[in-house]
Design a binder for this molecule. Structure first.
Ligand code: SF4
Length: 315
């Protein structure tokens, strides 16, 4: 049986300012199994949002394959893309720009059902009421406008809208980054509950490993357009094998000061290089604390080490 999402050797290149293409995504392969949540993490500019956009048909691949429940998106017709967009829904970072300020939240949540002819009239109102309650809002608030809600409530409305067509795949791009710290856990718990209740597959994009740890079964770490490491959650947090994963984890603050003091310090030197001019060999070699000569000219393939797939010559 095919996975809910299967990405194979995906490349997304954009025209660069000085002639050289910007290799935002440069050979990424990953999958999300039925009912699974995969975290996709990395610093800003690593290509994770471009992968997310390609997954819901918002970004055409330059090369490679993106399949949702077996349907190929690369080179797909508009009608195929439209069909896939019903099965793969995206929740964006900012609930303010995701909602039309002039549309009631009931109309916003019901719009996908209405546009696709799935429900109208009384049945539509009933489904909207059920969706609002499912995300922890009150059905009688359907006639209100987005500005009458808090940031956390607005993200609940966006999630209700994404759930309306009962997608097989939910793609969440930094869904709590724009929210107050105090409401982040509530939204993450809601996503975990919904994912379990509907056995949805989820691709969860975040720069924040602490957030990913809370919600994901497996974690893929991206660096400069490529996968550095993919592993089950517990393996990646207990025994990170790629130096970049270790550096990201070292930067996550521990709530217990004793644990924090005992943590190894692995400062990440320098800035992430430009994807228009990525380093040869291992793309992490300009910042890697254990770089050896081989790293500067040989690309490390992704290979199995323990429970992890790691792209490092020294793993
Ligand atoms: Fe560091 Fe070399 Fe491994 Fe790249 S391949 S992460 S430069 S040790």
């Amino acid at each position: 049986m095919s996975h809910t999402l299967e990405i194979t050797d995906l490349k997304v290149h954009f025209p660069g300012r000085h002639g050289a293409p910007v290799r935002a995504v440069d050979g990424v392969s990953l999958h999300v199994a039925a009912g699974e949540t995969l975290g996709l993490v990395g610093e800003s500019g690593c290509g994770k949002t471009t992968v997310a956009n390609a997954t819901v048909g918002l970004q055409a691949p330059t090369a490679g394959s993106v399949r949702v429940q077996g349907t190929e998106l690369a080179g797909a017709s508009r009608s195929v893309l439209r069909d896939v967009r019903a099965r793969a829904q995206m929740v964006f970072q900012n609930p303010v720009t995701s909602l039309n300020p002039r549309m009631t939240i009931g109309a916003a949540v019901g719009e996908p059902l209405l546009v696709r002819g799935r429900a109208a009239g009384r049945a539509l109102r009933d489904q909207v009421a059920a969706l609002l309650e499912e995300v922890g809002l009150r059905a009688e608030h359907a006639g209100r406008y987005p500005h009458q809600f808090s940031g956390g409530q607005r993200q609940r409305i966006v999630i209700a809208r994404a759930l309306a067509l009962r997608p097989a795949l939910l793609v969440c791009d930094e869904p709590v980054s724009a929210l107050d710290v105090s409401v982040r856990a509530q939204i993450l718990n809601l996503l975990v509950d919904l994912q379990a209740r509907h056995a949805m597959s989820t691709l969860f994009v975040s720069h924040d490993l602490a957030v990913v740890r809370h919600v994901c079964d497996r974690v893929a770490v991206m660096y400069l357009g490529r996968i550095a490491e993919i592993a089950p959650r517990d393996a990646i947090f207990a025994a990170p094998r790629h130096p970049y994963t270790r550096a990201l984890l070292a930067a996550v603050p521990e709530p217990d000061p004793a644990v924090q003091r005992a943590k190894p310090r692995l400062p990440l030197a320098g800035e992430i290089p430009s994807p228009a001019n990525p380093p040869a060999g291992c793309r992490f070699h300009t910042r890697c604390p254990i770089v050896v000569d081989q790293c500067r000219h040989e690309v490390p393939p992704l290979r199995r080490v323990g429970d992890s797939d790691v792209a490092c010559h020294l793993a």
